[in-house]
Design a protein around this ligand. Structure first.
Ligand code: NAD
Length: 475
């Protein structure tokens, strides 16, 4: 394998970028075998070091079960890499397209080409999956990749950097570590594509920085994803699935249910069912080893402030769980909030923690109006058996994705594009959508020597007028 003489940390950011750019221009279309070899190296990296990566994530969080990392980071990655490896030969192929009669007998196709150098900026909440997932898709599409993982997971980011640099040449795939200053410089590089996963506020800054270079971006952002409970739902089942989606990683999941809309009068039913669901998932809480802690004291304090404000605004805060032995200071008990005023911060900001506001609605129209009053969400969940009501919600709302009668699961389906809309982001990835995200679909027309194009050439005389007259009738 060709390697650069200097190790990445010795090279300034710009030099790393220039090396990747030069390498991408020297080999515009890497062959299938090389792309598969790069995927194989990412797969081997997580297979050989999955356990230490999970330990690093645990060290960063305080409590973050290695089994959660196994399912939510490593399993998801393996599935994605497996699909990329399998489908790559078909996805790389040029597509023939039909030619309109007025251009016959020319032929046309769409050539799928790598973009060049892709920058990936990753968040902390699933720090392995959200770093290596986009990177693997970009490598499969034949690109060079520079990755900037989060500074808030320093153990994981340092380990990722060291493993990637042992496995890849720096002009092939490299990791740049650092905080917001480095991130800002990173986002100002003239990438061929910049893929950002993180908050809406930082996404806005990334889009601005990229616009200065006319670098196209994908923004995978956050938001307030609603759960709509229909009167026809099985409450115990809905509550279990909502509790799973909300409490996975203690609510620190971009597509976690942010709040619940349910028919007025069903609040007590939901509280009972949610309480039972939490007891089933985490029999002791806080203190359960499978229940993640909040990442930092700052994030924990923000969640406590949100609750204090909610109480001060007259909301009823109901704390769940039966404390176990030990536990971590930042393992925060799940909370239901009833009677939350619409202008409170809890209803304005993405919660990103185990707090679940429950809002009653009188009519389906009112529930839909509530969703429309907010920015377009990353995900929407609907629970019930009444398909007419379900179709009403699906056809009258816009969200990045939907799971019906469960939470989160659309993200795990690799034939579904995953992404946001409006303030929850733009552009999508996963499966072929991910491959195409990092691919130029280059149109190619191959002219025939028998082409009739000259009938359109000037000077525009009688013959031109006759042809235009005929075309007007045929088109
Ligand atoms: P964040 O926006 O604070 O940080 C994300 C990354 O951006 C980090 O690597 C950080 O160093 C970098 N960064 C910081 N300032 C920057 C700047 N000015 N320019 C460029 N990069 C900069 O997000 P976070 O706190 O790490 O993650 C939580 C957020 O991410 C939540 O809002 C969550 O919903 C969202 N998220 C979205 C998805 C998705 O797929 N849509 C997935 C996970 C998390």
């Amino acid at each position: 394998m060709r390697r650069m003489t200097q190790t990445p940390p010795d090279l300034p950011l710009r030099a790393l970028f220039d090396a990747q750019r030069a390498a991408s221009r020297a080999e515009i279309e890497p062959p299938l075998a090389l792309r598969r070899d790069r995927l194989r190296r990412v797969r081997e990296l997580i297979d050989a070091h999955g356990a230490v990566l999970a330990d690093a994530v645990q060290a960063d969080f305080g409590v973050r079960s290695p089994r959660l990392t196994e399912v939510a980071d490593l399993f998801v990655l393996r599935a994605a890499i497996g699909q990329l490896h399998r489908e790559l030969p078909g996805w790389m192929k040029s597509r023939r397209v039909a030619t309109p009669f007025y251009l016959l007998p020319a032929r046309a196709h769409i050539r799928r080409q790598p973009l060049g150098v892709v920058g990936v900026i990753a968040p902390w909440n699933y720090p392995v999956q959200l770093a290596l997932g986009p990177a693997a898709a970009a490598l499969a599409a034949g690109n060079r990749v520079m990755l900037k993982p989060s500074e808030l997971t320093p153990h994981t980011s340092a380990l990722l950097a060291s493993l990637v640099h042992q496995t890849f040449a720096a002009d092939e795939f490299c990791v740049v570590q650092g905080g917001p200053d480095v991130a800002r410089s990173f986002a100002s590089l003239p990438f061929d594509h910049l893929f950002f996963t993180g908050s809406t506020a930082v996404g806005r800054q990334v889009a601005e920085a990229a616009a200065r270079n006319l670098t196209p971006t994908t923004l995978e952002l956050g938001g307030k994803s609603p759960c709509v409970i229909d009167a026809s739902c099985d409450m115990a089942d809905a509550a279990l699935k909502i509790a799973h989606g909300k409490l996975l990683n203690a609510g620190q999941t971009c597509i976690a249910p942010d709040y619940v809309l349910l028919p007025r009068g069903r609040e007590a039913d939901f509280q009972r069912a949610y309480e039972a669901a939490v007891g089933r998932l985490f029999p002791t809480l806080p203190g359960h080893a499978d229940y993640a802690s909040i990442l930092t004291d700052r994030h924990h304090a923000r969640l406590q402030d949100l609750l204090a404000e909610a109480r001060a605004q007259g909301a009823r805060v109901h704390t769940l769980g039966s404390p176990g032995v030990g536990g971590h200071d930042r393992q925060m008990a799940p909370v239901l909030v009833f009677g939350m005023p619409a202008n409170g911060r809890l209803m304005q900001e993405e919660i990103f923690g185990p707090i679940l506001p429950v809002l009653p609605y009188d009519t389906l129209d009112a529930a839909i109006a509530h969703i429309h009053a907010q920015p377009r969400p990353l995900a929407l969940y609907w629970f019930g058996r009444d398909t007419a009501a379900r179709n009403q919600v699906l056809s009258r709302t816009v969200s990045g994705g939907v799971t019906v009668n469960d939470t989160l699961m659309h993200v795990a389906h690799d034939n579904l594009p995953f992404g946001g809309v409006g303030e929850s982001g733009w552009g999508s990835y996963h499966g072929e959508a991910g491959f195409l995200r990092f691919t130029l679909q280059k149109p190619v027309l191959v002219q025939s020597r028998w082409a009739m194009g000259s009938v359109f050439y000037p000077p525009y005389g009688q013959r031109f007028a006759r042809v235009m007259g005929l075309l007007k009738r045929w088109l």
